[in-house]
Design a protein around this ligand. Structure first.
Ligand code: MD3
Ligand code: FE
Length: 203
């Protein structure tokens, strides 16, 4: 089932459900190599969302900057490889939304515990904004905030549930977005947390 949110943004409800078991098994291995951690922003704030990555590039932040890096700064190693079926899932979703041949080289893994949130921001550390971003929601539901091109623009509230995939491209690619503080809930496979995967083409 496809729900267009606006030009360039499409929600594919339940698109990742068939792969839930494989995704969770793969995440367990990835996170054993590069564990989730709370990063600190250049402003000095500890993020309430815990993060890790797989793929050639990983998104990181520290006191100096936001950037993509090939190395996990916690262990000095390359990030764990992106499983082939992760890239295929993202590519299939992007194709459904009209973005052909999406080849992600980064997958950011965000874990929200109850109360965690992400404030409104733009994703602009990537080089080519003609490439979409594909997000996969797992675990307890969240309210996604989808704003405009200016931080002060009124944001739409979009509920996202386990297995939902969203493709963000075209004119939606640089819109402000965030996630409301997670409400207490429990998911049969993930417990009291939400995991979001975002697939990106960084270089
Ligand atoms: C809309 N993550 O990691 S995913 C992020 O649920 C991020 O963890 C949120 O925003 C999360 O940067 C939202 C959906 C998403 C990702 C990137 C976008 C929506 C987007 C880029 C442009 C517009
Ligand atoms: Fe974002």
């Amino acid at each position: 089932w496809q729900e267009p949110l606006c030009e360039g943004a499409v929600v594919l409800r339940g698109f990742a459900l068939d792969d839930e078991t494989r995704i969770l098994a793969a995440l367990k291995k990835i996170l054993a190599q590069s564990p989730l951690r709370h990063m600190v922003t250049p402003g000095g704030f500890r993020m309430s969302v815990a993060m890790s990555n797989c793929g050639t590039y990983g998104w990181v932040t520290d006191r100096s900057a936001y950037r993509y890096d090939r190395i996990d700064p916690e262990n000095g190693n390359a990030w764990p490889a992106m499983p082939g079926f992760f890239a295929e899932l993202a590519q299939k979703a992007a194709a459904q939304a009209g973005f052909k041949d999406f080849m992600p080289d980064a997958c950011l893994i965000n874990r929200y515990e109850v109360g965690a949130r992400m404030s409104l921001h733009q994703d602009k550390n990537e080089r080519d904004f003609t490439q979409p971003i594909v997000s996969v929601s797992l675990g307890i539901p969240a309210v996604f905030l989808f704003g405009g091109m200016q931080r002060a623009d009124k944001a739409m509230r979009v509920p996202l549930a386990h297995g939902d995939v969203v493709v963000w491209g075209g004119p939606a690619r640089l819109r402000y977005h965030g996630v409301s503080a997670l409400k207490p809930a429990s998911h049969s496979l993930l417990g009291e947390c939400r995991i979001n995967l975002t697939f990106r083409k960084v270089s």
